[in-house]
Design a protein around this ligand. Structure first.
Ligand SMILES: Nc1ncnc2c1ncn2[C@@H]1O[C@H](COP(=O)(O)OP(=O)(O)OP(=O)(O)O)[C@@H](O)[C@H]1O
Length: 904
C-alpha cells in the first residue's frame, strides 16, 4: 500500500505516511512519547498467553471465584470499549466484585513488570494523545479502512490523531461488520455522523467484483436483517451463472464433491482458471478436516489462512506422536515430543541430554528410559526420582498398555483403532490437559480432537472398502504380511501431510486457499465455496449475535467474483448421530434462488466468466478437444437430492450404523451401502462402476431417481445372490455355480424349470437395472467406435429392435457447427454467438426476486471538518442524522460542493 501511495503521490509524501494497524501505530507513539505519561519506553508487550498466565495465577492466589479465561475476555472488552463507548450500560447487572478485583490486580502486575497488553497499547495511547496533543500536531489527515470493525477505543484514537486538522476519511461497509466478538462497534458509523454533522457521504454504488447473480443472492441474505443500514448498489458485471446450493449426504461427501467440482471447473474452463483462483471459506477452522482430507486424497495442494492445517495442529500432533511411539517406540523425535505432554516435570535440557545419550550409546531414547526405570541400566542423564516415577507410572504404562492392544487390532476385530485412540485420550486425561494448557481456545482444540477420532473412523471405513494397499500376487513370490492397522493409518497420515507440505518453492498457482471467513475479509477469488451452511455452523452454535453471523455469511458470499457455491450435508461431521438443518439464512429462498448443482460449462458461461474476470476465454472447441476421455462434464458425481439413509422406508433402523465409533466392518452387508453415502457409484456390477463418468445418468429420459433407487436395490440383491452362488461353487468345476444354466440349457428354454415369480418391487427394480445395463453396454460399444458428438435428433432416436448392439442409424455426419462433447451430455445445444451468451447464461434464473437488488455495498467517504463551511448536507438527511434516518433506505448521494471559497 505504501508503495502504491508513493507512486501516486511521490516519494516525499510516501515517507511521511504513518501506516499500520491501530495497535502497531499506538506502539510506535508510546515508544516515542510514552515518557510523557510516565511510561518506561522499554516496555514489553504481554501477548495473549502471557496475559492468560498472569490472570490465572491471580485467580489462584486470591481464590477468586471467576474463570480465568472469562476474566481475561471481560477485562479486554472493558478496555476495548474506551471511556466514551456508546454501548448502553442501562439495565446491566453490576459487575462481579471478583472480576473487578482481578482487573485491579492484573493492571498492577503489568505495571510492576513494565508490560502492556494489546488493549493497553490503545488505552495508553489515548491517554498520551489526550494529554499531549502536540505529539500529533503534524497529522494532516487520517484514513481508516474497514471502519465498521473499529471499537470504542479505536474511535477515540481516530479522533485524537485527527485533532489538529479534523480531516478524517473512513471507508467501510456496515454489512461486513463481523468483529462484534472483538468489541467492534458498528454503531461507530452512526456515531461519526452524529458527532460530525458536516460529514460528506459518498456511496460507492458500483460493485466491480462479483457477477450480478452473486450480488442479488448475497443481498437477499443480508436483507433479512431488518435493522441494517440500507444502501444502494449497481452491479457492473453481467448476470453470470446462478449461485449453487448443493446438498450432500455427509461432510465427507461434501469434501469429495468440492474437490470433484474444482477439478471439473478447471478442466472445463480450459486453463482460464487455476487452483489459486479457488477459495474454500469456512465458518471455523475446525470444519476444514473433511475438505483437507479430500484435497489430500486428490493430491491438490492448498494453503491455509486463519488456521493451521489439520495434522499440524498442536493437539492433533501430540496424539499422532503418541500413536507413533506406540507403533514404533524407537522413534526418538516422537518420544522427545511427548515425553513431557502432559507436563511431567521433564525439562528441555533433560530431553536434549536423553537424545544425546541415546545417540552415543546407539540405543533408542525409549530403551534408555525403560532400562533406567527397570533398573537394568542407569542412564547418564540426570533423571530425578520424581521424574522417574512419573515416567514409569504414566508414560510407560500408557505406551506399553496400548502396544499390547494395538497388536491385536485387525480389520475385523471388535477392538478397533478408534477404541485405541479413545483409550489414549482418556488415559492422558486429554480434555483436562487442553483446558489447563489452552484456556482461550480449549473448546476449539477439543473439537479438533473429536474430529480426529471421526477421521480415524472414516479412514477405517474407507480402508475396508478399498483394496488399494494390496498388490496382486505374483506366482511363487511371497508377499510379507500386511502392516498392522495402526501402521497403515500412520503411513497414510504421513503421506497425506507430506503431500501438503509446502517447500516454500511450491508454485502458488497450484494451491487453492482454505480460509476462515474472518481471515478472508477484503480478499476475492473467482470461485468460492462456502461449505457447511447449516444451523450450528452458520449461525455458529455458540454465537451470541445472529445478525453478525448473517453478515459473516454475506462476507463469505461476496468474496466470489464469478462462481459461488454453498453446500450443506444432511449429517454433520460427527456422522449419523448428527443430523443438521440448512441454515435459516438461506432456507426461506433456497429452492427458488439457488441452482441445485454446478452449472454446465458451455461457451456462453466461459465467455461471461472471462468478461467478469477480464481474462481471455479459451475457445470451447479447444477445451473439449483437450478433455481427457470419460471426463464427467457435468456436476453429476453426487445426486442432487441426496439419499437420507435414516429416512428410507426400505432400510430399517436396525441396519443403520450406530454412530461415529462404529466401523464399517462391524456392519451387516446391507447396511454397508448406507454408511457413508448413497452408493451411487459403487453398488453396480463392474461395467457400471463410476457410471456417472460414462454420463449415462444424464441420458435424457433414461433413469428417474426412483428407478435409480430400484436399481440400487436390485444391484444389492444381485450382489447377494452372486455371493450365495459363489459360496456353492465346488472345487474342480469350471466355476459355474450349481444354479447357473449352461449355454445349452439357456437355448433349450423349454426344459427350464419355472422360477418363482419375483415381487412387483423386484420386477420393477430388476427391469430398470437390466435396461440400465443394456443401454450402458450399448453406449459403451457405440462410444468406443465413434467420435462423441450429439445432434438434435438424438433424443428422439429409437433403438433398433432385434439388433441390440447395432449403432444408432439416425446419426448425421459430422457438421462443423455442431457442438462437440467428450462425453454424451444431456445439455441442450447452446447458442454460439457471444451476443446471446449473456442472456443465455441467465436462462435458468428463478422468477425475479421479490425485491430487486437495490443496494449491496457502499463505502462511506467522510471529510470531517470542525466547521461545516458551506458543504451542503445531502438532500433528505436533515440537520443532524438520527438513528431512524440511518435505517431508512439509503439515497445515493452526490457531493454538492459549495461554490464559495476554496477549502483549506
Ligand atoms: N473503478 C474500478 N474499476 C474497475 N475495477 C474496480 C474499480 N474499483 C474496484 N475495482 C475492482 O473491484 C474489486 C473490489 O475492489 P476493492 O477490493 O477495492 O473493494 P472493497 O470495497 O475493498 O471490497 P470489500 O470491502 O468487499 O473487500 C477489485 O477486484 C478491484 O480491482
Amino acid at each position: 500500500m505504501r508503495e502504491r501511495i508513493g507512486k501516486l503521490l511521490g516519494e516525499d509524501v510516501e515517507k511521511k505516511i504513518v501506516l499500520g494497524t491501530f495497535h502497531s501505530i499506538s506502539r510506535r507513539y508510546l515508544s516515542a512519547y510514552g515518557k510523557r505519561i510516565g511510561l518506561d519506553s522499554n516496555f514489553s508487550i504481554a501477548d495473549d498467553g502471557d496475559s492468560k498466565g498472569i490472570i490465572k495465577r491471580i485467580c489462584e492466589r486470591l481464590k477468586l471465584t471467576v474463570e480465568p479465561s472469562y476474566a481475561k475476555s471481560w477485562i479486554s472488552k472493558r478496555k476495548a470499549k474506551g471511556n466514551h463507548s456508546t454501548t448502553s450500560q442501562k439495565g446491566k447487572k453490576a459487575d462481579h466484585p471478583d472480576l473487578l478485583k482481578c482487573y485491579e490486580e492484573y493492571q498492577e502486575h503489568l505495571q510492576r513488570s513494565n508490560l502492556l497488553d494489546y488493549d493497553d497499547l490503545l488505552v495508553r495511547c489515548v491517554e498520551l494523545l489526550e494529554k499531549n496533543a502536540s505529539c500529533v500536531s503534524n497529522v494532516q489527515s487520517v484514513l481508516i479502512d474497514e471502519y465498521q470493525d473499529t471499537n470504542g477505543i479505536q474511535y477515540e484514537l481516530m479522533k485524537l490523531f485527527a485533532q489538529k486538522q479534523g480531516r478524517i476519511t473512513v471507508v467501510g461497509d456496515p454489512d461486513q461488520s463481523i468483529y462484534g466478538w472483538r468489541s467492534a462497534e458498528v454503531r461507530n458509523l452512526y456515531r461519526l455522523l452524529r458527532e460530525f454533522p458536516g460529514t460528506d457521504e459518498v456511496s460507492l454504488e458500483e460493485n466491480y467484483r462479483s457477477s450480478q447473480s452473486i450480488l442479488d443472492i448475497s443481498l437477499r441474505v443480508i436483507q433479512e436483517d431488518k435493522r441494517r443500514y440500507q444502501k444502494a448498489l449497481t452491479p457492473v458485471h453481467a448476470k453470470g451463472t446462478r449461485p449453487v446450493l448443493r446438498k450432500l449426504t455427509s461432510s465427507s461427501n461434501e469434501g469429495e464433491w468440492i474437490v470433484s467440482e474444482i477439478k471439473r471447473l478447471i478442466l472445463m474452463l480450459g486453463g482460464m482458471l487455476k487452483h489459486e483462483d479457488v477459495a474454500i471459506l469456512l465458518r471455523s477452522a475446525a470444519l476444514s478436516r473433511h475438505v483437507e482430507s479430500a484435497l489430500g486424497k486428490a493430491g491438490i495442494s492448498y494453503r491455509m489462512i486463519g488456521g493451521h492445517k489439520f495434522y499440524e495442529r498442536k493437539e492433533i500432533k501430540v496424539l499422532i506422536d503418541y500413536l507413533r511411539v506406540v507403533y514404533q517406540p524407537e522413534n526418538n523425535d516422537a518420544v522427545a515430543r511427548i515425553i513431557n505432554v502432559p507436563r511431567r516435570g521433564i525439562g528441555e535440557a533433560t530431553v536434549k541430554s536423553l537424545l544425546a545419550e541415546a545417540e552415543l550409546e546407539k540405543l533408542s531414547v525409549w530403551t534408555v528410559i525403560i532400562k533406567h526405570c527397570r533398573g537394568d541400566r542407569k542412564a547418564t542423564t540426570n533423571i530425578r526420582a520424581k521424574m522417574e516415577q512419573r515416567l514409569s507410572s504414566e508414560l510407560m504404562r500408557i505406551i506399553n498398555g496400548l502396544q499390547q492392544k494395538a497388536a491385536d487390532i485387525t480389520a475385523s476385530s471388535s477392538f478397533s483403532l478408534v477404541d485405541l485412540i479413545e483409550q489414549l485420550i482418556s488415559q492422558l486425561n486429554y480434555k483436562k490437559y487442553l483446558e489447563d494448557e489452552y484456556a482461550n481456545d480449549h473448546e476449539t482444540r477439543w473439537a479438533n480432537v473429536r474430529e480426529f477420532v471421526n477421521l480415524v473412523s472414516d479412514y477405517l471405513r474407507d480402508s475396508t472398502n478399498t483394496e488399494d494397499d494390496e498388490l496382486p500376487e505374483v506366482d511363487e513370490v511371497e508377499q510379507s504380511e500386511q502392516d498392522s492397522m495402526l501402521g497403515k493409518f500412520l503411513a497414510n497420515v504421513s503421506l497425506a501431510s507430506d503431500a501438503q507440505r509446502g517447500s516454500g518453492k511450491q508454485d502458488q498457482s497450484s494451491m487453492i486457499t482454505i480460509s476462515t471467513i474472518h481471515a478472508a475479509k477484503g480478499l476475492e477469488w473467482p470461485i468460492v465455496f462456502v461449505p457447511s451452511v447449516y444451523t450450528g455452523s452458520m449461525p455458529h452454535s455458540r454465537a451470541e449475535d445472529i445478525d453478525e453471523e448473517r453478515r459473516l455469511l454475506y462476507v463469505a458470499m461476496t468474496r466470489a467474483q464469478a462462481l459461488l457455491y454453498l453446500s450443506c450435508p444432511l449429517y454433520g461431521p460427527q456422522g449419523f448421530s448428527n443430523k443438521v438443518e440448512l441454515s435459516d439464512f438461506v432456507a426461506p429462498f433456497a429452492e427458488v434462488a439457488f441452482a441445485s448443482k454446478g452449472p454446465s460449462v458451455d461457451e456462453p458461461v466461459i465467455q461471461t466468466i472471462g468478461k467478469i474476470l477480464d481474462r481471455d476465454p479459451p475457445q470451447s472447441k479447444v477445451i473439449f478437444e483437450k478433455l481427457p476421455p470419460m471426463t464427467s462434464v457435468e456436476d453429476d458425481r453426487f445426486p442432487e437430492n441426496p439419499f437420507d439413509p435414516k429416512n428410507s422406508d426400505e432400510i430399517g433402523d436396525a441396519r443403520l450404523p450406530r454412530g461415529v465409533k462404529r466401523q464399517r466392518t462391524d456392519l451387516s452387508e446391507n447396511s454397508k451401502a448406507y454408511v457413508d453415502e448413497h452408493q451411487w457409484d459403487r453398488e453396480y456390477a463392474t461395467t457400471m462402476e463410476q457410471s456417472s463418468a460414462f454420463t449415462m445418468s444424464s441420458l435424457p429420459g433414461f433413469v428417474s431417481v426412483s428407478q435409480h433407487q430400484h436399481t440400487i436395490a436390485a444391484a444389492n440383491k444381485a450382489k447377494e445372490q452372486a455371493t450365495a452362488r459363489k459360496a456353492t461353487i465346488t472345487k474342480g468345476t469350471n466355476r459355474r455355480p450349481a444354479d447357473q444354466k449352461s449355454l445349452l440349457n439357456y437355448v433349450n428354454q423349454g426344459s427350464r424349470p419355472q422360477q418363482a415369480a419375483p415381487s412387483a418391487a423386484d420386477r420393477s427394480a430388476f427391469s430398470s437395472y437390466s435396461r440400465y445395463q443394456a443401454a450402458a453396454s450399448k453406449f459403451a460399444a457405440w462410444t468406443a467406435s465413434e467420435p462423441l458428438n450429439t445432434n438434435s435428433t438424438l433424443p428422439q432416436h429409437k433403438l433398433p429392435v432385434g439388433n441390440q448392439l447395432a449403432r444408432p442409424s439416425g446419426r448425421q455426419p459430422d457438421n462443423e457447427n455442431r457442438k462437440r462433447y467428450a462425453c454424451f451430455s444431456s445439455s441442450p445445444t447452446k447458442p454460439a454467438s457471444p451476443e446471446k451468451a449473456e442472456q443465455e447464461v441467465s436462462r435458468d434464473d428463478p422468477k425475479p426476486l421479490a425485491r430487486p437488488a437495490t443496494s449491496f455495498h457502499a463505502t462511506t467517504f467522510t471529510a470531517v471538518r470542525s466547521l461545516p463551511r458551506g458543504v451542503r448536507r445531502p438532500v433528505g438527511m436533515g440537520p443532524a442524522p438520527s438513528m431512524d434516518r440511518l435505517r431508512k433506505p439509503f439515497k445515493p448521494l452526490t457531493i454538492n460542493r459549495p461554490s464559495g471559497p476554496e477549502r483549506p
